[in-house]
Design a protein around this ligand. Structure first.
Ligand SMILES: [Zn+2]
Length: 369
């Protein structure tokens, strides 16, 4: 029997995802981000047992996606083997900027600018952006990034973010962002374990007008690290999932339009792992108009940024009023449970999948969607 599933592991306010496909007994796997340090420690036995990944992506340098890779790269030997690692480091950003200016000079990895993950990839001798050629940039502007990439076991991957512009935009702020994420070679990297401060009280949404929330003006995310996110479509056995990382919706929308999708030729998605944990700045009404999707997955424990934002859920519900929709959350948290109300679910035709309290993590069987 064929298998196509996404596991949203506990990842604090971030992402740690595994995608598996193939036949029962002969499965292939991809690993997307590693959450924070404590999340990697929880996930490590599972990764070690899996052993081999066709693809390991670190979508971008924000701590809720990359900090889990810090204890990994300190290990004497890697607990798992990836066939390719997709990660854009400083020299890739420089090369994206050079390509935009049509400059010839290509940068290679420099120790000074190398952050901890780059050092680890080199030390483990892992293949790095090898799908994108030598000195390859994981970018939709790379020749290889413009077409679907075939992974073993018949998974077709189509990159939808970033472009060279988004990578070049991160370059001037790279060192500052590394510092924020404790990723510079000399930064301590076990400092992300402080308990989060309690977030503010949530409005009682059953008394809030969902239509009004949905109509709030959309202001797109402008954070450079998020814009540099590696996001992609993955297709297997006639099913298609969009793994949005923390990408900017405008980047994804422009890419999908370039691929021929529009309001009258919508992209069929069986599952959309929402960008940036359901932030109100990363799911635009115009992106929702060019996809045909009723299943939305959200990875966050709701700490630090109170994700998902009500505006995002409201926009999803109002966008498609007639069909039944399902919201998948990887953590039992108040910004998820606030939507698990019978009156709301009945009125806006949706259901919620939320794991039990203290048992974060959710498996989604994409084959049956
Ligand atoms: Zn994030």
């Amino acid at each position: 029997m064929s298998v196509f599933r996404l596991v949203m592991h506990p990842a604090s306010e971030g992402d740690a995802l595994t995608l598996s496909w193939g036949e029962e007994g002969k499965l292939f796997h991809a690993l997307i981000d590693l959450g924070r340090t404590r999340d990697y420690k929880t996930l490590r036995p599972t990764l070690k047992q899996t052993g081999q990944f066709e693809l390991f992506t670190i979508s971008h340098i924000d701590a809720d996606h990359i900090a889990g890779a810090m204890p990994l790269v300190k290990e004497s030997s890697a607990p798992f083997q990836p066939r390719d690692v997709w990660f854009n480091a400083w020299h890739h950003l420089k090369n994206a900027a050079a390509r935009l200016e049509r400059a010839e000079e290509l940068e290679s990895l420099s120790a000074k600018q190398g952050e901890k993950l780059s050092v680890g990839i080199v030390r483990f001798r892992w293949p790095w952006n090898s799908a994108f050629g030598s000195n390859g940039i994981a970018s939709i502007a790379s020749p290889q990034g413009q077409h679907p990439i075939d992974l073993a076991g018949n998974l077709k991957v189509t990159l939808v973010s970033p472009g060279d512009e988004e990578l070049a935009a991160l370059e001037p702020v790279w060192m500052k962002e590394l510092e924020l994420a404790n990723l510079r070679p000399l930064d301590p990297d076990d400092q992300d374990e402080q308990p989060d401060k309690e977030s503010g009280e949530l409005e009682v949404l059953s008394r809030v007008n969902v239509e009004a929330l949905a109509k709030k003006p959309f202001v797109e995310d402008a954070a450079e690290p998020n814009g540099s996110s590696i996001a992609f479509l993955a297709e297997f056995g006639g099913r298609r999932v969009l793994l949005g990382a923390d990408a900017h919706p405008g980047v994804i929308e422009r890419r999908l339009r370039k691929l021929g999708y529009s309001e009258t030729n919508r992209l069929k998605l069986h599952l959309f792992k929402l960008c940036h944990h359901g932030s109100k700045a990363n799911t635009s009404p115009t992106l929702l108009k060019i996809i045909d999707c009723v299943n939305f997955a959200i990875s966050t424990d709701g700490t630090k940024h109170d994700h998902p934002d009500g505006e995002t859920i409201a926009r999803i519900l109002v966008n498609d009023p007639s069909r039944h929709k399902t919201l998948y959350f990887n953590t039992h948290q108040k910004h998820a449970t606030v939507w698990n109300k019978d009156d709301l679910k009945e009125k806006y035709k949706y259901s919620c999948e939320i794991p039990p309290k203290d048992e974060p993590g959710l498996t989604i069987d994409i084959r049956n969607l």
